[in-house]
Design a protein around this ligand. Structure first.
Ligand code: NAD
Ligand code: UFG
Length: 332
């Protein structure tokens, strides 16, 4: 089976490409490298010993998308490509709507033309907004609180309408919780430019002394220790969820949460990072970050039941692997 992976040079996409190659899928990547580096292609080859076909194209260019389908005729598409920074999406909403929506519309239109039917989409727990209770299951009401989240919900709605109009499509929507960690090889991982928005990349930059101190946003939440609780999932468990989605024999429009089902507070994560890496992370409490919620964690019962999804890695692995990746790549 030939799989087109959009955004395959990015954080989650690159790990998924490794899994796909290890399972003998043929892989074609389209990525405009707006948030990733070309070196990832060589690293994927180094890890797997296998080749991938790569197109440095922007999916917002429909003619380019068509060139890929005409040449490659993929059987399935896993669509990771998109912009993902919540804060930036508030500053630049039009950029987010344009990039995330146009790229997806182009893909779906060309898939329809070339009769490619299997589509796996990267959605996010952010579509749930502030949940009324926990854990969050797939039937919870959806109410994103920022333009980035709204693009995810809009795409979910587009997919539902498309499926309604043409039920030969086979669509899986995966709602990710908080991916962290990195590939065990130390070759693939997440190392954002500038000051990170997300917790684990920030902790790692304090560990490498690129940043002096971790700001913990709020210590008065209604949680175990007052700090925000999230469902952190190792990127390698998350990536394998995409292979399971391709293997799933159920056809139709399906939605799954991908999380561990376990909530971890900011302090619990920082303390675990210190312990397993034997390093001190200076931290200070500051005001809550606007728009943050107390706690968010998944019910992953549906993914377990229907996809045989399971999490093999624990919080210790996540902390070790995140730091290991950045230590290996610090001067690149
Ligand atoms: P990432 O930024 O590392 O990867 C996305 C890739 O898409 C990048 O390599 C980027 O260059 C590429 N891209 C962006 N716009 C493109 C376009 N128009 N044409 C071609 N390529 C384009 O992000 P990630 O963390 O790997 O996330 C992958 C997907 O998962 C995204 O859709 C993101 O919204 C979603 N998601 C991520 C998280 C998270 O915390 N990382 C959580 C929930 C959902
Ligand atoms: N936090 C800090 N200090 C920091 C960064 C984060 O204390 O410097 C706290 C936050 O307040 C929150 C927790 O750490 O309590 C996690 O924050 P992240 O920014 O790492 O993750 P979020 O849950 O806020 O959001 C992320 C992505 C979203 C995605 C969501 C669910 O940024 O795009 O996970 O998948 F939708």
């Amino acid at each position: 089976m030939k799989v087109l992976v959009t955004g395959g040079c990015g954080y989650i996409g690159s790990h998924t490409v490794v899994d796909l190659l290890n399972e003998d899928y043929e892989v074609v990547i389209v990525d405009n490298l707006s948030n990733s580096k070309i070196e990832v292609i060589d690293k994927i080859k180094k890890i797997t010993g296998k080749e991938v076909t790569f197109y440095q194209y922007d999916l917002c260019d429909k003619e380019k998308v068509e060139i890929v389908f005409a040449r490659e005729n993929p059987d399935a598409v896993i669509h990771f490509a998109g912009l993902k920074a919540v804060g930036e999406s508030v500053q630049k909403p039009l950029l987010y709507y344009e990039n995330n929506l146009i790229s997806t519309l182009n893909l779906l239109e060309i898939m329809q033309k070339y009769k490619a039917r299997k589509f796996v989409f990267s959605s996010s727990a952010t579509v749930y907004g502030k949940p009324a209770s926990l854990p969050i299951d797939e039937t919870f009401p959806l109410s994103p609180t920022n333009p980035y989240g709204t693009t995810k919900l809009m795409i979910e709605n587009i997919l539902a309408d498309l499926y309604q109009s043409d039920n030969s499509f086979d669509i899986t929507i995966l709602r990710y919780f908080n991916p962290i960690g990195a590939h065990k090889s130390g070759l693939l991982g997440e190392d954002p430019n500038g000051i990170p928005n997300n917790l684990m990349p920030y902790i790692v930059k304090v560990a490498t002394k690129e940043l002096p101190v971790l700001n913990v946003f709020g210590n008065d939440y209604d949680t175990v220790d007052g700090t925000g609780v999230r469902d952190y999932i190792h990127v390698c468990d998350l990536s394998y969820g995409h292979v399971l989605a391709l293997k799933n024999k159920r056809v139709g429009l399906k939605i799954y949460n991908l999380g561990t089902g376990m909530g971890t507070s900011v302090l619990e994560l920082v303390n675990m990072f210190e312990k397993v890496n034997n390093i001190k992370i200076d931290r200070q409490f500051v005001a809550r970050r606007e728009g943050d919620i107390d706690a968010c964690y998944a019910s992953n019962a549906k993914a377990k039941e229907e996809l045989n999804f399971e999490c093999k890695y624990n919080l210790e692995d996540m902390c070790l692997d995140s730091y290991n990746y950045v230590k290996n790549n610090i001067n690149q």
